[in-house]
Design a protein around this ligand. Structure first.
Ligand SMILES: [Zn+2]
Ligand SMILES: [Zn+2]
Length: 98
């Protein structure tokens, strides 16, 4: 049953995911877990980086990153969604280590 709070399903892990905590892959158009916030701890099933040529954000799920069609991200970045986070070094403060 779809969770009301998780209207999408991640193409990588198959778990439900909220729109705010996910992104659409530029290669397969699939929805995948992407933590777009620095103040919460959430899973990432893909990556986002800036395309240096077009200066555009590129989203790729782990499936496509593992395939040869997608370029390997040169520098993984934290998406500049919030201006307040841009000046900070890119690190996840609350990253738990299993
Ligand atoms: Zn996932
Ligand atoms: Zn994909």
């Amino acid at each position: 049953m779809p969770d009301a709070a998780a209207p999408y399903f991640c193409v990588v892990c198959g778990e439900g995911v909220d729109a705010k905590m996910s992104a659409e892959c530029n290669w397969c158009d699939g929805r995948f877990h992407l933590n777009q916030r620095n103040d919460v701890d959430a899973k990432d099933c893909g990556q986002v980086w800036i395309d240096e040529q077009y200066l555009a954000l590129q989203f790729a799920c782990d499936h496509c990153r593992a395939s040869e069609d997608a370029p390997s991200p040169p520098t993984p970045i934290t998406p500049p969604r919030k201006r307040s986070t841009m000046a900070r070094p890119r690190q996840r403060k609350y990253k738990r280590r299993a």
